[in-house]
Design a protein around this ligand. Structure first.
Ligand code: NDP
Length: 498
């Protein structure tokens, strides 16, 4: 990426070749504010539609994206370097989420009755989830369609307008999405603003009603600080350091296959990518042998049909090299790859063993096709070590007998049992993390509610038998209330003596 200050544009580059893919405007603070103003007008129209009407508009857009999938995949491939097939898979999953969000918004969010309780039996109580207005979406480059669409699709389906700031590495993908939306719906309910980090910062301050941020933990903190100035709520989908746990009864070949794909697909640039493996000592050797054999058959290069693309963001190469160097300096060994695996644009699969638990390769997000593999004596040790980082995004368990039990003890937003990253492709499941991985949820009913506020209404159906909310309340009413509350709640277990 290079910038030209005079013309206020920047170029997105093909990370495989360095060629210019496109030139895009650096939108200023004023331009971002203007986009938010336009979005507010569009939101007034959009939010007044019925859920069915919005579903129809979003279905039209979904059809356009689906029919032009190869075109979208080409833009993704050019800007990120990811293999065309991976780009198709990513976009296909995003389409499935769009369909789910549009189809389920009414059911999840529309007004529904709730029980008013005995004390308020004269009231009809209802709750519905209203759109917030304009949602600012700030997205990363690694999954330039799937990741922002996790916010965009759900925010739109809930009745909001969206202003989307894509990563400076993938502005073309963002523009493609906004262009096809306008073509399909005819109003700027989804707009894109492009630029560098400052454009994202401008979006935080442009009067949006919520910011949905996906990116690194460090930038997430800056976004939150900017949003704090105006009390703008945020969703933070940040980094991860996901582990796979392999129990002694696991299908070892499947576990090795999943670990390799989880660690290396998208050249390891996956927030929920596998970066650590904790393997029961009884199957450690067998697992490591299977993993190494498979990894040796995988190569990152620019040839047609290559399964691994380049590292999209050049400065990440230094982080990956640093983590490998630190691991080796501190007694670790590379059984596949190593320092030589880090080239000028590509990184070859690297498997590290005997790496101290407090090293960067185990604690920090590497974001490259690397994985540390450690031997554990028990699943309890595996769980404790899995939970031993500041992150808590996803996780994986391979076990025949104890999968659910182990999954339940991992402190992470999502866990895949006997599969890898499967949770991300199930639209009805919430997606998000804890700790340094952020907070808030996209996907599923939680993801729809994330872009709304709960609106509660209590409507009096008939005069209360006990008038409580009036200065005319009588002593008798107080006594009746005391009797009723004792009858309802006074029979709990008494406090144990001593
Ligand atoms: P960054 O944090 O560098 O950037 C994310 C977005 O924030 C980009 O659009 C960036 O713009 C923008 N930005 C940068 N500075 C600011 C600022 N001060 N205010 C507002 N916005 C700003 O992350 P990456 O793009 O490098 O993405 C990789 C990270 O994303 C990894 O840590 C990965 O784990 C995480 N991620 C998390 C996911 C999740 O769901 N939890 C999913 C996918 C990725 P610009 O690019 O123009 O600088």
């Amino acid at each position: 990426m290079t910038t030209t200050e005079v013309t206020r544009t920047f170029e997105s580059l093909n990370p495989t070749t360095g060629d210019v893919v496109g030139t895009h405007p650096i939108h200023s603070d004023d331009e971002v504010r203007a986009a938010v103003e336009r979005a507010r007008e569009a939101a007034a129209w959009w939010s007044a539609l019925t859920y069915d009407e919005r579903d129809r508009h979003l279905s039209t857009w979904k059809g356009v994206i689906t029919r032009r999938l190869p075109q979208l995949a080409s833009v993704m491939h050019e800007e990120t370097g990811k293999p065309h097939g991976d780009a198709m898979l990513e976009a296909a999953l995003a389409i499935d989420h769009l369909a789910w969000a549009a189809g389920h918004a009414g059911k999840v969010l529309k007004r529904r009755k709730v029980a008013p309780g005995l004390l308020m039996a004269n009231q009809a109580a209802t709750v519905e989830y209203r759109p917030l207005g304009v949602v600012g979406v700030i997205g990363p480059w690694n999954y330039p369609v799937f990741t922002p669409m996790g916010s965009i699709a759900y925010a739109l389906a809930a009745g909001n307008a969206v202003v989307f700031k894509p990563s400076e590495y993938t502005p073309g993908v963002g523009e493609w999405l906004a262009r096809t939306f306008l073509e399909s719906v005819g109003r700027p309910v989804l707009q894109v603003v492009t630029g560098l980090g400052e454009t994202g910062a401008a979006l935080c301050r442009a009067g949006v009603d919520k910011v949905a941020f996906t990116g690194s933990t460090a930038t997430g903190k800056r976004v939150m600080a900017a949003c704090a100035e105006t009390l703008t709520p945020v969703v933070i989908e940040a980094g991860g350091k996901d582990a796979v746990i392999v129990d002694q009864d696991a299908d070892i070949d499947a576990a090795a296959d999943a670990t390799l794909w989880g660690a290396c697909s998208n050249a390891g640039q996956t927030c929920t990518g596998v970066e650590r493996a904790y393997v029961h000592e009884r199957v450690y050797d067998e697992f490591l042998a299977a993993l190494t054999a498979k990894a040796r058959g995988l190569r990152a290069d620019a040839t047609a049909g290559s399964q691994l693309g380049p590292i999209t963001m050049p400065r990440q190469l230094g982080v990956i090299r640093g983590h490998i160097q630190d691991a080796l300096d501190r007694g670790g060994r590379a059984v596949v790859g190593g320092l030589d695996a880090v080239g000028e644009r590509f990184v070859q699969p690297t498997i590290l063993v005997d790496v101290p638990e407090d090293s960067a390769a185990v604690q920090e997000e590497t974001f490259g096709p690397t994985v540390t593999v450690a031997r554990v004596g028990t699943m309890e040790e595996a769980i404790a070590r899995t939970n031993g980082t500041r992150y808590g995004l996803g996780s994986t368990v391979f076990s025949k007998a104890r999968g659910m039990e182990i999954a339940g003890q991992i402190r992470s937003g999502m866990t895949a049992v006997n599969g890898v990253i499967t949770f991300a492709a199930i639209p009805s499941l919430p997606f998000g993390g804890v700790g340094d991985s952020g907070f808030g949820r996209i996907h599923g009913p939680d993801g729809l509610k994330e872009f709304t506020y709960a609106k509660a209404i209590a409507r009096q159906r008939f005069k209360p038998l006990l008038a409580l909310t009036t200065f005319a309340r009588t002593e008798k009413a107080d006594q009746q209330l005391a009797s009723m509350i004792t009858m309802l709640h006074g029979r709990g277990t008494t406090i144990p003596k001593g």
